[in-house]
Write a protein that binds this ligand. Structure first.
Ligand SMILES: C[S@@+](CC[C@H](N)C(=O)[O-])C[C@H]1O[C@@H](n2cnc3c(N)ncnc32)[C@H](O)[C@@H]1O
Length: 254
């Protein structure tokens, strides 16, 4: 792995990535200048640090958009297979070009027109791509909606190996300073995604062998899976209690 920072972002294994500094960049940056990666530099640095000695042959990513993150995880971790889903129609041009010409792109298996809340479709994709082999890493940067994100978590978290990471990006939209009401426009009156982060936090206290480590940053959260069995019908909302009373599954702010 060789990374070289430059004024647009960085080059990794010879592929140029452009970083965004605001939401507008995610749409406005031109493909010709490099793959558009919808993440700020501090998150990239967290990933470089987190994965410096982490082996991830099997990765599942939710939320492709312009393809920068998919190519980034693929180049950084060089997995045997990286499955990525999105409910967009098809790959955007810059990502198509990476898939066609990237030296390491053969390991990427993109699936479009897939809703992250469609558990049956996730199951079909997981089973056809991985059989029953455990995942090493899941990154969810898709809808940022509470229920959809929870459905994906309940399906994919149990698939992780002990020591694997589940990362949820952009959980804090309901709580950030938003004078332009940008998040309000995007998420309307939806229940805050922080409900899920709180459920995971409470579940880590209740069931420490299931979630031995949780790092919550202002905009993203990193969950490490422990060695506890999850069993069929796993539901994170049923793992969190206040003095013995289950408090998950709803909207704590409602
Ligand atoms: C923030 S963008 C992903 C950016 C990308 N991960 C990156 O860092 O470059 C979010 C993507 O999630 C997709 N998305 C939104 N809701 C979804 C859903 N329910 N299921 C699957 N994908 C969804 C959108 O189509 C969009 O492409």
């Amino acid at each position: 792995m060789s990374i070289v920072w430059n004024d647009k972002g960085f080059q990794l294994n010879g592929t140029q990535f452009q970083l965004i500094t605001n939401l507008h960049d995610l749409f406005a940056l031109k493909d010709q200048e490099g793959l558009v990666l919808g993440k700020p530099r501090d998150l990239i640095e967290t990933y470089l640090d987190l994965f410096s000695d982490f082996s991830a042959p099997r990765i599942f990513e939710l939320g492709i958009f312009r393809g920068g993150s998919t190519a980034f995880f693929n180049e950084l971790l060089r997995p045997e297979k990286l499955v990525a889903i999105d409910f967009m129609e098809d790959a955007r041009p810059g990502f198509k070009n990476y898939l066609d010409t990237g030296a390491n792109a053969a390991s990427v298996r993109p699936y479009f027109q897939v809703d992250q809340a469609d558990k049956q479709r996730l199951d079909e994709i997981y089973t056809s791509e991985f059989g029953s082999a455990p995942l090493d890493l899941v990154v969810d940067d898709a809808s940022h909606m509470l229920e959809q994100t929870r459905i994906s978590f309940n399906f994919l978290f149990p698939k992780l190996r002990p020591g694997g990471f589940y990362i949820i990006e952009d959980w804090s939209w309901a709580h950030v300073y938003d004078p332009g009401k940008i998040f309000d426009k995007n998420f309307g009156g939806q229940p805050p995604m922080s409900n899920l982060i709180i459920e995971i936090m409470l579940a880590s206290a209740y069931h420490q062998r299931l979630i031995p480590e949780l790092r919550i940053y202002p905009t993203y959260a990193i969950v490490r899976k422990g060695d506890a069995e999850t069993g069929p019908g796993f539901d994170i909302a049923k793992q969190c209690f206040v003095r013995g009373t289950c408090v998950g599954g709803g909207d704590l702010f409602g």
